[in-house]
Design a protein around this ligand. Structure first.
Ligand SMILES: Cc1ncc(COP(=O)(O)O)c(C=O)c1O
Length: 432
């Protein structure tokens, strides 16, 4: 596709040329576990990576391949690898770089499932993780060590919608000799292209805005092709030394940055061994969703900003955590990194007694009580008793929220209906 082609064109076209014997106009669901190699020679060459080709659906299927190419293109990357969930995408992205005895520095403002992965399961694996306040650049600097293999953070955090200074953290990661991986789930490539600010690898829970329908789990890792693993070969031996699984090939020599040695290793070792495959059907569903990403986000961020203003002016609301509002502490960062809008997942604190929080949420008619984000439908959740219920009071306070905090994910409904719903519930708790 020409360099100048726009986002909307790419999101419906990249990765698929109708050319199969059946001539289908949209990418079909290739529901097959395995592939007929046709000859001894083809089978041998595909297994040894000498020839490109479908091998076995645990590590990829043709519908998934279209999805991967499209995401890589939208993010400006060299290649992508899709997995069965966002959770497995985060795990695979990091396990490809760090093993037992090595170390990761991560923001402490992360999705709870990622915190569990990093602090509990990775500890079981012998991978140490230091969590830092993502806005404290000295803390990032101080946490790096010779065994560090990656920096990790979310571009927009949840539930307080913190905005990462991607450029500053990327610079510190590079000074420490490691790549910056960002989870860009809430921003998506439409609101933010992390490559433009120095990030090296992106990960997504495609379950959220990329799909947009709330019907299918999926995850994606995109190698942005910026990190030079060959610059310090002794640090990245998985890419720079002979790889016994594939005829002692040196992945960095064979694939380098341009053909993503990083993702070849991720696929042939981590995904192959752990098996977090994306199904052909879910690949298809996620592709269908992706085709309307920009249109959905434009409506969602517009409605989110209007709702944030409405809540900000309501006497039953103490504080609105939305970086699109001028007095928000990440407003400047949002203007720099998110000129198209500051996302549509944010939270606010009620200015009422704790005992009225449940009534507020139960009174909502349109906002569904669902522990998900990025759906076409508007969703509400009470983080302190659900998604973040394992955090104590101090941890909640450190993370910038508490019992009266309510999280919203704004969907595609009419803005007026959403505002009416929130107004009626706020009135219900103030009228007593
Ligand atoms: C920012 C972020 N990253 C990763 C995940 C995990 O994604 P999944 O639920 O698709 O496994 C989530 C899920 O809520 C998330 O919000």
């Amino acid at each position: 596709m020409p360099e100048t082609t726009g986002f909307a064109t790419r999101q419906v076209r990249t990765g698929y040329q109708p050319g199969t014997p059946q001539n289908t106009a949209i990418p079909p669901i290739y529901q097959s576990v395995a592939y007929d190699f046709g000859s001894f020679e083809q089978a041998r060459d595909i297994f040894s990576l000498r020839r490109k080709g479908n091998l076995y659906s645990r590590t990829g299927n043709p519908t998934q391949a279209v999805f991967e190419q499209r995401l890589a293109d939208l993010d400006g990357g060299v290649a992508a690898l899709a997995t069965g969930s966002g959770q497995s995408a985060v795990a695979v992205a990091l396990l490809t770089l760090a093993k037992s005895g090595q170390h990761i520095v991560a923001a402490r403002q992360l999705y709870g499932g990622t915190v569990d992965l990093l602090t509990d399961t990775f500890a079981d694996f012998g991978i140490e993780v230091t969590l830092v306040d993502q806005d404290d650049l000295d803390a990032w600097r101080a946490a790096a060590r010779p065994e560090t293999r990656a920096f990790f953070a979310e571009t927009i955090g949840n539930p307080v919608a913190s905005v990462l200074d991607v450029r500053a953290v990327a610079d510190i990661a590079h000074q420490a000799g490691v790549p910056l991986i960002v989870d860009n789930t809430i921003a998506t490539p439409y609101l933010l292209r992390p490559k433009d600010f120095g990030a090296d690898i992106t990960v997504y829970s495609a379950t959220k805005f990329i799909g947009g329908h709330g019907s299918s789990l999926g995850g994606v890792i995109v190698d942005l092709g910026t990190f030079d693993f060959g610059a310090e070969p002794q640090r990245w031996t998985q890419f720079t030394e002979p790889y016994p699984r594939i005829g002692d090939l040196v992945l960095w020599e064979e694939f380098g940055r341009e053909r993503s040695a990083y993702l070849v290793y991720a696929k042939t070792k981590i995904v192959h061994d752990l098996g977090p495959a994306l199904s052909p059907f879910n690949s298809f569903q996620l592709l269908q969703g992706l085709e309307t990403l920009d249109l959905r986000l434009e409506r969602q961020v517009g409605s989110a900003l209007a709702i944030a203003h409405f809540l900000d002016g309501h006497p039953a609301v103490a504080k609105v955590n939305y970086p699109g509002l001028p007095d928000n502490r990440w407003h400047d960062a949002a203007q720099r990194y998110l000129p198209r809008g500051a996302g549509s997942v944010f939270s606010f604190d009620l200015a009422v007694d704790d005992s009225k929080v449940a009534k507020f949420i139960d009174s909502l008619q349109l906002f569904a009580i669902v522990a998900n984000i990025g759906d076409a439908r508007s969703l509400v959740v009470h983080p302190a008793t659900t998604t973040h219920s394992h955090l104590g009071d101090t941890q909640l306070r450190d993370a910038g929220f508490g019992y009266r905090t309510v999280r919203l994910s704004i969907g595609l409904e009419n803005l007026e209906d959403l505002v009416d719903d929130l107004r009626a519930s706020l009135d219900a708790i103030t009228e007593e």
